[in-house]
Write a protein that binds this ligand. Structure first.
Ligand code: PFF
Length: 455
């Protein structure tokens, strides 16, 4: 049998995982979630939820992956063959969820692509801040442009997956992720210096506990899972490629901290500009597409060349960050079709493109011609996002932690987390980590899941 591929080094593991984790979730979704759910209170809960719940779930997923050495579809069946049939359904869910997310995630990828094209045409630098601000509403409510952009974005990603140029993409994200960090810091510096920006900084730093309610918890948790690519089979699959001498706790904590830091930095780049531009922080999914061009436009008045270059680099980095995440979403479906049904990779990619592309068109149109279709006050796009992050991800993450905590033997989990006892610090921490995986994570996830439905 061909030996299973492994990530080469710890750095490679963290880069690959961070490549999947860092994406539109940090830069697009996090700031607007903060704006919709009370500012600093949300940030605070998000940080605590990430460290106390998401990180243990992350460790559980990576442990399951490395122990089973198989993709998310077969991992549970392999670890508990007596109940193979039951776990097969869970495996199927872990393939369905990323494809479901792909449908609407790619629409945002398309928006980013459009904004990249606009920045290449110097539109943000040339336009007045007000005009640039208004562009977004007319763009997403139009019919064709957002649809074409979504399909183009998805087609390029599917084409890359079909060609299997995995190493190229890895090298690409090694460059772009550090570049994105540098760019975001530059944006923070500029954004906080805008007149009126201090209200945005205060909004992120000073919790207003009157804004706090149970919903804040529910959404912060959903955001944290989405951002760390949890509950989607991605981390289980990546875990299966991690070498046996790798320290799982360090890799997991490294990825979680990277991801957390990036989200918070994105918040500090975007929120001050939102306040400076007089945009409503609860404006929803369009928040970065309104505030960031505003930064470039106002910067353009002083330094047109710098502003033009930074705007191109910024949207390019967003497009690439979105692409590396989308590629990992497509890969889950393609690997499944290839492994289970022997479908050739290009054909599997084409199938994923057609199915998710078509559903994505409906999501895209829900900001324009289909905006009248509302269910419980949400349009189709918002409904997809809500259902994925607040229902599907939680259910799947719950199943994984219960599996690792109750179905797998404690000794096996210990063996995996401590590398057979060789990682002495992990051995000392094991009791605490296991407690978080077995009790704290499932109880919190379940409580939050139930709360969704009584709210
Ligand atoms: N974590 C990614 C983000 O924050 O944008 C989204 C994602 C990518 C989820 C890949 C799942 C996944 F497999």
């Amino acid at each position: 049998m061909k030996e299973r591929e492994h990530f080469g080094s710890r750095k490679a593991v963290i880069y690959a995982m961070a490549g999947s984790a860092i994406g539109l979730g940090n830069i697009w979704r996090f700031p607007y979630m903060v704006g919709e759910h009370g500012g600093a209170v949300f940030v605070l809960i998000y940080i605590v939820a990430t460290l106390l719940v998401s990180l243990p779930v992350f460790i559980a997923e990576i442990t399951l992956g490395r122990r089973s050495r198989t993709s998310s579809f077969g991992a549970m069946s392999k670890m508990d063959p007596r109940h193979k049939n039951r776990w097969k359904w869970v495996g199927l869910m872990s393939v369905f969820i990323p494809l479901f997310i792909l449908c609407y995630y790619s629409v945002i990828g398309g928006w980013s692509l459009y904004y990249l094209i606009k920045s290449c045409a110097f539109d943000f630098v040339k336009g007045s801040p007000e005009a640039v601000n208004g562009l977004f509403g007319s763009f997403i409510s139009s019919v064709w442009m957002p649809v074409w952009m979504h399909l183009l974005f998805l087609a390029v990603c599917a084409w890359i997956v079909a060609r299997g140029v995995k190493s190229g993409i890895e090298r690409f994200s090694r460059l772009t992720i550090p570049a994105l960090f540098v760019l975001i810091v530059l944006l923070i510096v500029y954004s906080v210096s805008l007149p009126g920006a201090s209200a945005g900084v205060k909004y992120l730093l000073k919790p207003d506990f009157s804004e706090f309610n149970v919903k804040t918890f529910v959404y912060a948790m959903g955001q944290s899972f989405f951002s760390l690519s949890l509950g989607m089979g991605a981390i289980v699959t990546y875990g299966s490629y991690v070498k046996s001498d790798e320290n799982l706790v360090v890799s997991s904590a490294g990825t979680a901290i990277f991801d957390l830091l990036f989200a918070v930095l994105a918040g500090f780049a975007i929120m001050p500009a939102v306040f400076a531009a007089g945009i409503e922080p609860g404006a929803g999914p369009g928040l970065i597409f309104q505030s960031v061009p505003f930064i470039f436009s106002s910067m353009g008045a002083k330094w047109p060349v710098v502003s033009a270059i930074v705007s191109i680099l910024f949207f390019l980095a967003i497009v690439v960050a979105a692409m590396t995440s989308v590629i990992s979403l497509i890969e889950v479906g393609v690997a499944f079709l290839h492994e289970r049904f022997g479908m050739a990779r290009p054909k599997a990619c084409a199938l994923v493109f057609v199915l998710c592309g078509a559903v994505g068109v409906v999501c895209s149109l829900s900001f324009g011609p289909l905006s009248g279709i509302q269910i419980v006050g949400k349009n189709i796009f918002d409904l997809f996002d809500w259902f994925a992050s607040n229902v599907l991800l939680l259910l799947m993450a719950f199943t994984v932690v219960v599996f690792v905590g109750f179905v797998m033997k404690r000794e096996d989990v210990r063996d995996e987390i401590t590398n057979g006892g060789r990682k002495t610090l992990n051995a000392k921490l094991f009791g605490g980590i296991y407690f978080l995986i077995k009790w704290v994570a499932p109880i919190s996830v379940l409580a939050i899941f139930v709360t969704n439905f009584i709210l």
